[in-house]
Design a protein around this ligand. Structure first.
Ligand code: FAD
Length: 288
């Protein structure tokens, strides 16, 4: 099948209409960093491409005091350059800062990172740790789903991701991220973890969400680690216990995989960095 047309659209309704008309024969192109490779390798062969890069509504970064909302067309660079993503949201800044190269960060979008569906997509573990909700729109209406659940009910061929939102962390919460890449500069990460930790006034963990990347078929919450850490302080023995808990979960999940021994070792450094930086940043930004 050959590509017949590229639609340059400037509003969301038009995208939905074209997706509705063409179904699986249409593909959205945002930054193009993933899809251009798929087109070149003939992994996909749509009849039409819908270029969404001119849609201003998809580029918003909004803070209404309670929620932070990111348009699907927000690039990694937009996040890196925005001072909202410092302090207790530093983990999202770090994840986006560690993506690929400057060129990839300038083009690649959050919506594309989600829609592409890679288990190793860097922005996803911090967004899952934040409890993010994804908004998808189609001719059938609006669908909102938590990013954590998105991977078991992913995007359909007539849907457009319009935004991702999460509750703004409080002063005693901190988001952290760590990544192990294959190569330093252009690595698609192979292992990541993120955590949103809430400390009480004495530095004990009140609540926590931990998410991992590339430890399964898709990025996911690490509930066993969370359950282990609740009510504890981040000390050497707690970090060791959390690593052991995660390794035990991995043994089940990745049983028989050739990558398991490597990932078991590598995850210890990644999870350690995620938790220890929560302690360090937490003591700088939180008010306990
Ligand atoms: C050299 C290189 C290095 C990279 N390094 C990293 C890295 O370190 N970490 C990382 O996470 N990723 C990395 N990537 C992958 C890529 O840059 C990201 O996945 C990026 O977020 C994709 O966004 P995009 O806007 O370019 O998507 P596109 O390529 O435009 O689209 C990707 C897919 O998403 C769909 N899509 C895009 N936007 C929407 C939307 N709003 N609604 C519905 N569907 C949509 C498209 O139809 C397509 O199927 C790398 C890629 C390259 C080529």
């Amino acid at each position: 099948m050959t590509l017949n047309q590229v639609y340059n659209v400037d509003n969301i309704n038009e995208v939905i209409e074209i997706l509705g008309n063409f179904g699986k024969d249409a593909k959205i192109i945002a930054g193009g960093t993933d899809i251009v490779i798929a087109l070149k390798n003939e992994k996909i062969s749509p009849k039409v491409l819908i270029d969404i890069t001119k849609i201003e509504d998809l580029k918003k970064i909004e803070d209404d005091g309670e929620y932070i909302t990111l348009g699907a067309g927000v690039t990694f660079t937009n996040i890196v350059e925005n001072h909202l993503f410092r302090g207790n949201l530093w983990g999202l800044y770090k994840a986006c800062r560690m993506v690929g190269s400057p060129q990839i960060r300038n083009k690649g979008t959050i919506g594309g990172n989600i829609a592409n569906g890679s288990a190793a997509a860097d922005s996803i573990p911090p967004l899952i740790a934040l409890g993010s909700i994804v908004r998808l729109v189609s001719i059938e209406g609006v669908r909102e789903i938590s990013l954590e659940d998105y991977y078991t009910d992913p995007i359909k061929e007539n849907e457009l991701i319009t935004e991702i939102k999460f509750i703004k962390p409080k002063g005693n919460q901190v988001l952290t991220f760590a990544k192990l890449g294959l190569r330093k500069a252009l690595a698609i990460s192979r292992l990541t973890s993120a955590s949103l930790v809430e400390f009480d006034s004495e530095g004990f963990i009140n609540s926590i969400r931990v998410a991992s990347g590339a430890l399964g078929k898709y990025p996911m919450r690490e509930y066993e680690v969370e359950n282990y850490l609740i009510g504890k302080k981040i000390r050497e023995e707690t970090v060791e216990g959390a690593i052991e808990t995660l390794q035990n979960s991995m043994d089940e999940r990745l049983k028989g995989r050739s990558t398991l021994p490597y990932k078991r070792v590598a995850i210890s450094g990644i999870l350690r960095e995620t938790l220890e930086s929560a302690m360090t940043i937490g003591s700088e930004v939180a008010a306990w």
